[in-house]
Design a protein around this ligand. Structure first.
Ligand SMILES: C[S@@+](CC[C@H](N)C(=O)[O-])C[C@H]1O[C@@H](n2cnc3c(N)ncnc32)[C@H](O)[C@@H]1O
Length: 215
């Protein structure tokens, strides 16, 4: 079912519930490992479309030295993130804001990440330009989206590596990626519309695309 050609987002409470499930937990763990590796001490990190804040919560546990910022358009998500139940002791800063007009000056972040959010932005090309604008020289932007064209073999590989039952991974992925994922071609189109160059696109963790821009 679509509404005006778009798939409705799950309600905030339901997303929060899913984000606490075993599949999401495994995914966050992998993204945290990607992020934690190679960031210099004290690096300033922004998570755009942070949702209930799990990614930064787990990253903060792994790397308490980082200066973490989470931003979301939906104040209810930020309210959940601020409760910090999943990130006790976290010193992350949380704010309501729009990916299409980020409330930051130019060249202030060492790392910008947006996971499972770009597909919702009404003008993806504007958001991508914003990510570039706020990135420091030498910094890194990563945009992760579920890879809609993932095949059963990819899902099986993920399930095996994570020691999760294949049906759980299969059904979970198919349910979430229906309408909440992006084809590589969609990302390439947004880059083209923005006149953005310098991004590279890779398949990571079997189930994701990751767009990378080095500042
Ligand atoms: C599917 S959730 C992903 C949350 C989180 N990144 C994660 O991986 O769990 C997408 C989030 O993007 C946020 N979002 C959508 N459009 C946005 C925009 N223009 N600016 C900032 N956040 C936005 C939504 O409010 C939602 O919290």
């Amino acid at each position: 079912m679509t509404i005006l050609g778009r798939h409705p987002e799950p309600p905030v409470w339901l997303y929060n519930l899913m984000a606490r499930g075993p599949l999401a937990h495994r995914i966050y763990r992998r993204l945290v490992a990607d992020l934690a590796a190679g960031l210099p001490p004290g690096a300033k990190v922004l998570d755009v479309g942070t949702g209930p804040g799990y990614l930064l919560g787990y990253l903060g546990r792994e790397r308490p030295d980082l200066d973490l910022w989470g931003l979301d358009l939906d104040y209810r998500m930020i309210r959940l993130a601020r409760r910090k139940k999943h990130a006790p002791g976290s010193t992350a800063q949380w704010l309501v804001g729009d990916a299409l007009a980020l409330p930051f000056g130019d060249a202030v972040f060492d790392q910008v990440v947006a996971s499972l959010s770009l597909h919702i932005w009404p003008q993806r090309q504007r958001g991508l330009k914003e990510l570039r604008r706020i990135l420091k020289p030498g910094g890194r932007a990563w945009v992760y989206e579920l890879k809609r064209e993932s095949a059963a073999g990819d899902l099986r590989a993920f399930a095996r590596e994570e020691q999760l039952p294949f049906p759980l991974v299969y059904l979970g992925f198919r349910a979430v990626s229906w309408g909440h994922s992006l084809r590589a071609a969609d990302f390439a189109r947004a880059l083209g519309q923005a006149g953005e160059e310098g991004w590279r696109l890779d398949t990571v963790h079997h189930l994701f695309w990751r767009g990378e821009l080095l500042g």
